[in-house]
Design a protein around this ligand. Structure first.
Ligand SMILES: [Zn+2]
Length: 162
């Protein structure tokens, strides 16, 4: 990977984490995601579970729904998803079915559970994809501290502190 690619990758994750902070400010769960193909940013999304009253409104699902609604069912094929938190089993399935090729996440599931408590569905993204054909590349822990800081801000607010 060239250094300009590495810089772009860091930027995409920064944008996903920014989305997580925006979700927090909007009153939703603090998660965000970015969709990238061939080094170009296609779309950003954030969790909307509370504001849309949608239990499936996880950032990755919102991202893929918007991508396919606007760009057609094959729009995410071959793309990379950058997620501020390790995708759950539902989101991992959605990425697989949308044809995503690679997923990069920041906070791990253990980080998320440590910061937010339950509910927990602790099936690691790589475990969900263990038998997937075609497989996806999974990379974790990228800019983890920045993502965890947003989760902890959410938890402090939920406890009534600021
Ligand atoms: Zn999810």
């Amino acid at each position: 990977m060239t250094s300009s690619n590495a810089r772009a990758e860091a930027d995409f994750m920064r944008l996903a984490i920014e989305q997580s902070a925006q979700a927090l400010e909007a009153g939703n769960m603090p998660f965000g995601a970015a969709l990238v193909r061939d080094g170009a940013l296609l779309l950003l999304a954030q969790n909307n579970q509370v504001t849309e009253r949608d239990p499936m409104g996880h950032a990755e699902v919102v991202l893929l729904r918007n991508a396919c609604t606007n760009g057609g069912p094959g729009f995410a094929r071959g793309a990379t998803v950058y997620a501020s938190g390790e995708p759950c089993a539902m989101c991992t399935g959605a990425m697989f079915w949308a044809g995503v090729q690679r997923v990069v996440f920041a906070a791990t599931q253990a980080d998320i559970i440590a910061a937010l408590g339950g509910p927990a569905l602790p099936i690691r993204t790589a475990e969900v994809l263990a038998g997937a054909e075609p497989g996806l590349v999974v990379e974790g822990g990228v800019q983890r501290a920045a993502a965890v800081a947003v989760l902890e801000r959410f938890a402090r607010r939920a406890r009534g502190a600021s």
